[in-house]
Design a protein around this ligand. Sequence first.
Ligand code: CP
Ligand code: NVA
Length: 297
Amino acid sequence: MRHLLEIDDLSPAELQGVMALATVPDPPRVLAGKGVALLFAKPSARTRNSVEMAVFQLGGHPAYIQADEVGLDTRESVEDVANTLACYYSVIGARVFEHSTVERMAALDRVPVINMLSDRAHPLQAIADLLTIRREFGSLEGRSVAYVGDANNVARSLALGCGMTGMRFHIASPPGYTFPESDIDRIRATGMEPVITDRPEDAVKGVDVVYTDVWTSMGQEGEKARRLQDFEGFSVDGRLMSIAQVGAVFLHCLPAHRSEEVAMAVVDGPQSRIWVQAANRMHAARGLLAWLLSEND
Ligand code: CP
Ligand code: NVA
């Protein structure tokens, strides 16, 4: 059974297949008569709504479930919850704190499991990011992305997605917030050597895409004060954008904290493609679901 816990659960060719399905004008109604369980342990604006609409467009029924209601590992075990949902639904999507939670669901192999964001990965976001970059530049091969900020879930999936599609990936993070060696090895396994620095100016020099995410992710709220200090100097502002390639675009997975990780003039400015990117979340989810359903048929 195929699951999507991280983008490199797909081969590069499969990723291209997902992206092709994401953009077909008349998506196959592979979910007709079927339901998709969408389990959320954290808040969401884009993920919940884009996946719900993607399920609807494929002919299926999305069911939103709050993790607190089913009581993951409190009322009953993650395994018992997932086994229960598999009795009614054809796919389980889950947004969780610990990545091991989606791994435990997938290990049951009852129905395909999609990671809708864990502390390690955000593969649906990365697929939408690739669709956005491809639409902007016509192709992905040879393009470059600089991510400025925390080497977190979003950065990790994005780096892998870049490597899998022939793009280059640079990242600038403060000391202590960069990728551990095991992540760098996994990124290298795509055949791409990432550029890793603690100087934002070096990362963005000449790139096609400048990307950032919040400095304090969901679940890290207790570290906010320290992070605000540690990430000083890592804001994406007009000066940083001017070091990138002429015609470079700005991306952010959202939600954005204006005047923290990104200046208002950038996130709301002419180089920003955040709303195309947000719209692509629905196309990415539809492509992935269509692919997963046909793969597990
Ligand atoms: N980018 C993203 O996943 O947004 P939400 O947290 O609103 O779903
Ligand atoms: N890194 C952020 C992404 C939100 C979509 C978080 O995990 O909160």
